[in-house]
Design a binder for this molecule. Structure first.
Ligand SMILES: Nc1nc2c(c(=O)[nH]1)N[C@H]1C(S)=C(S)[C@@H](COP(=O)(O)OP(=O)(O)OC[C@H]3O[C@@H](n4cnc5c(=O)[nH]c(N)nc54)[C@H](O)[C@@H]3O)O[C@H]1N2
Ligand SMILES: Nc1nc2c(c(=O)[nH]1)N[C@H]1C(S)=C(S)[C@@H](COP(=O)(O)OP(=O)(O)OC[C@H]3O[C@@H](n4cnc5c(=O)[nH]c(N)nc54)[C@H](O)[C@@H]3O)O[C@H]1N2
Ligand code: SF4
Ligand SMILES: [Mo]
Length: 682
């Protein structure tokens, strides 16, 4: 009998697009990862991981992992491939890209998002490569640009209160966030505050897992948060629950905003939001009188036409009551701005390699239309080559039928760096096997706390997998790019990405994490990151509005609303991470099948029962799934939980078959939750 292999522990980082960015402990025996657990030494992680990432070992050694380069043999979309050598794949890819680049490199488009949030395997070597090439640039808007730009315009950056002090809050508004599913470690802190007497209020059209555990749930109509924020301001003014001193010292543009807020009495807000006037009054009273009051805003509320304005208005509330004065008060949407200040993106991504060229920019949220667009003077050349990494656009981008049609173009050359044959990889000319987080170096900032987390490789790359950075280095070499920056290795990049002045690198290497120097109550005395240090109620050039009606709504498109009377939102399912993990059996079996939640009244009117197959449809398409008749849905709103792979759907489609490509008022973001549909049995 062999002696049991010695168990080794490697400190790593959760790579996923989640505000918690946990510090991981990977147990390794005999060169194989056997377990991933939370690092008890990292305060935010507290030794606990979510169910999904506890399964990371299963995902890494999944029998369907792509472990060698693949070349397409069948029609696009069918996912039939033959193995090829790295040498053959790289030579052909380089030749094809070179041919396109010789005519106009803007015919080449990178497509990536946050499959990993690591700096090294994210946009460092990849950006250098595409900058040197002069490829089209990608506007990475698919998740957070509406809220992010609104927040930055208001406060000068994506900054806010420190997560750990939510334990000291006495009122927490959880606004547009299903924290139990998507921000678990924050939820732990909110629970602690609750035990200490805090009141928790959830503002969300869906009765989510989180909403049902809060003291109060305000189930407003999707896309009406701006009106609610104005209604709260109205009451703060009327009852004089304002911190006049804080406003005078630290807020610009209050007089005009005050006038606008006065147009929003509780009755008007109630009618717009589909809630009661008493709910508005009570919420305002709580917010105006309980201290410290904290808002956990999340991106769920900005996936609608007016998402930017709504975030801007909600974000101003803490200034009005002076909530920033205490460390348990204020607001957190994203903390990523603290990290941006602690690194030099120009040094990492090297935009200087553009050498004066100014390639066009394509918005990732309109990839469906843009892949189908012909060359024109306004658009530039047709997109002729796509290089996809860290993203699964065929499943996650809006108006899926158009996205799939674009990817199916015979004249499009598509390379996908992936772990699995996703919906997107099925359309690739080449699939290149990428390493997972257990197999490469990386370093992570985050958007939900303020610690840098290091990821050391725990095991060797599986099969022939290579890290994204290594793949771009190899492609750079094939294209003859010999700038010294293409020789930088993954480990060196990871260790030097954050400035030594801000991050204790020794500690990072030793403990796997290191904090950024962020004050406990960063804006107690103002000092926002705007040019003049004051918060901006009406940032110049932003075109901010009051409540902005949804693109698809009774207010804006009454004819459409008559035909499609139900609003559909499609928030994430708890056991998936966007479309990641959908192919991990143990997690898929918990989620069961793709479902749409529908309120009992709406179901009864359509003769629909729980468990029945239904068709959700609008002018863009139809999507079949199982109905779940449930008060998780409010009347008039259905919840199509995402994001399933199309190929696991009942009819080879997913919820994005129904969403559209119109954008947000601020930040050019997608409007996934601004979508009218109807549902029929069968
Ligand atoms: N388990 C899990 N965790 C995740 C993800 C995942 O897919 N699964 N995704 C990750 C990603 S990419 C992100 S960006 C983050 C944050 O992702 P978010 O999109 O913020 O996701 P949620 O926390 O689910 O919050 C969305 C909540 O907003 C609600 N909502 C929808 N429309 C509206 C509206 O108009 N107003 C208001 N007030 N609420 C609305 C939804 O019902 C849902 O409960 O989570 C990350 N964490
Ligand atoms: N209807 C609807 N659509 C949505 C949303 C919604 O709420 N509703 N949410 C939107 C949001 S918030 C987001 S952020 C987007 C997310 O969209 P994406 O960023 O595309 O996220 P994922 O679907 O998780 O796909 C990430 C892919 O990256 C791969 N990957 C992970 N690590 C690596 C790596 O190291 N190397 C390589 N090469 N690949 C890797 C994974 O295998 C996975 O297939 O979806 C959006 N789409
Ligand atoms: S997905 Fe989020 S909660 Fe889960 S391990 Fe990763 S960072 Fe932690
Ligand atoms: Mo996201």
């Amino acid at each position: 009998m062999n002696a049991p292999a010695e168990l080794r522990t490697v400190l790593a980082a959760c790579p996923h697009d989640c505000p918690d960015t946990c510090s991981l402990q990977v147990s390794v025996a005999g060169g194989r990862a056997v377990r991933v657990t939370g690092n008890p030494g990292h305060p935010n992680t507290q030794g606990v991981l979510c169910t999904k990432v506890s399964r990371y070992v299963e995902r890494t050694y999944h029998p369907e992992r792509v472990l060698q380069p693949l070349r397409r043999v069948g029609p696009k979309g069918e996912g039939r491939f033959e193995p090829v050598s790295w040498d053959a794949a790289l030579a052909d890819i380089a030749a094809r890209l070179q041919t396109i680049a010789a005519r106009d490199p803007q015919g080449i488009l990178p497509y990536s998002y946050a499959g990993t949030m690591g700096l090294v395997q994210g946009e460092t070597m990849a950006m250098r490569f595409f900058h040197k090439l002069g490829a089209s640039r990608l506007d990475r808007t698919i998740c957070s640009s509406a809220g992010g730009e609104a927040l930055a315009a208001t406060y000068g950056g994506k900054v806010g209160m420190q997560t750990r002090f939510f334990t000291e809050s006495r009122l927490i508004l959880i606004w547009g966030s299903n924290s139990i599913a998507s921000n678990l470690h924050f939820w732990t802190l909110a629970q602690q505050a609750k035990r200490d007497g805090a009141k928790l209020v959830c503002i969300d059209p869906r009765r989510s897992e989180t909403a049902e555990k809060c003291h109060q749930h305000i189930a407003l109509r999707p896309g009406t948060d701006g009106a609610l924020a104005l209604g709260l301001m109205h009451q703060l003014i009327r009852h004089d629950w304002l911190d006049h001193d804080y406003i005078a010292r630290h807020l610009d543009g209050w007089p005009a905003l005050r006038e606008r807020a006065l147009q929003w009495p509780p009755e008007r807000v109630a009618a717009t939001c589909g809630i009661t006037a008493d709910e508005v009054r009570q919420l305002a009273r709580d917010y105006g009188t309980i201290k410290p009051a904290a808002i956990r805003l999340n991106y769920g509320m900005q996936r609608v036409h007016g998402g930017g304005s709504a975030v801007r208005l909600a974000a101003l509330l803490p200034c009005l009551v002076g909530a920033w004065r205490q460390r348990g008060g204020g607001l957190l949407l994203s903390s990523s701005g603290w990290f941006a200040r602690a690194r030099d993106d120009a040094a990492l991504q090297r935009p200087d390699l553009l050498a004066g060229r100014r390639p066009r920019t394509i918005n990732m949220s309109t990839i469906g239309d843009d892949l189908l667009r012909e060359a024109s003077p306004a658009f530039g050349p047709r997109v002729q080559a796509l290089v996809v990494y860290n993203s699964n656009p065929v499943a996650v981008a809006p108006e899926g039928a158009k996205v799939a049609a674009g990817f199916a173009r015979e004249d499009l050359f598509t390379v996908v760096l992936e772990h699995f044959l996703t919906d997107t990889a099925d359309f690739a000319d080449y699939v290149l096997p990428a390493t997972t987080q257990l197999e490469h170096w990386d370093v992570h900032g985050t958007y939900g706390h303020t610690d840098v987390i290091l990821n050391r490789p725990a095991v060797a790359p599986q099969g022939q997998a290579k890290s994204n950075a290594e793949i771009f280095r190899l492609l750079a070499a094939r294209l003859g790019f010999d700038d010294p920056c293409f020789a930088d290795g993954d480990e060196a990049l990871a260790c030097s990405a954050f400035s030594a002045a801000q991050v204790d690198r020794e500690r990072l290497l030793r403990e796997g994490w290191a904090p950024l120097p962020v004050p406990d109550a960063p804006f107690a005395h103002g000092g926002f990151h705007t040019a003049n240090g004051r918060a901006q109620a009406d940032p110049p050039g932003l075109g901010v509005a009051d409540h902005v009606a949804n693109h698809e709504s009774a207010e804006r498109t009454p004819e459409l609303a008559a035909r499609y009377p139900l609003a559909m939102i499609s928030p994430p399912a708890r056991h998936f991470l966007n479309s990641t993990f959908v192919n991990v059996k143990s997690l898929r079996s918990v989620e069961g099948e793709p479902i749409v939640e529908i309120h009992p009244d709406d179901a009864a009117a359509r003769g629909i029962e729980s468990g029945q197959t239904v068709t959700v449809f609008n002018d863009r398409g139809r999507y079949r799934c199982k109905a779940e008749v449930s008060v998780r849905a409010r009347p008039g709103v259905v919840n199509g939980l995402g994001i399933w792979w199309r190929k696991f759907g009942l009819d080879g489609r997913n919820v994005n078959e129904l969403t559209h490509q119109r954008l947000t008022d601020i930040g050019r973001g997608p409007t996934f939750y601004d979508c009218l549909v109807d549902v029929a049995a069968g």
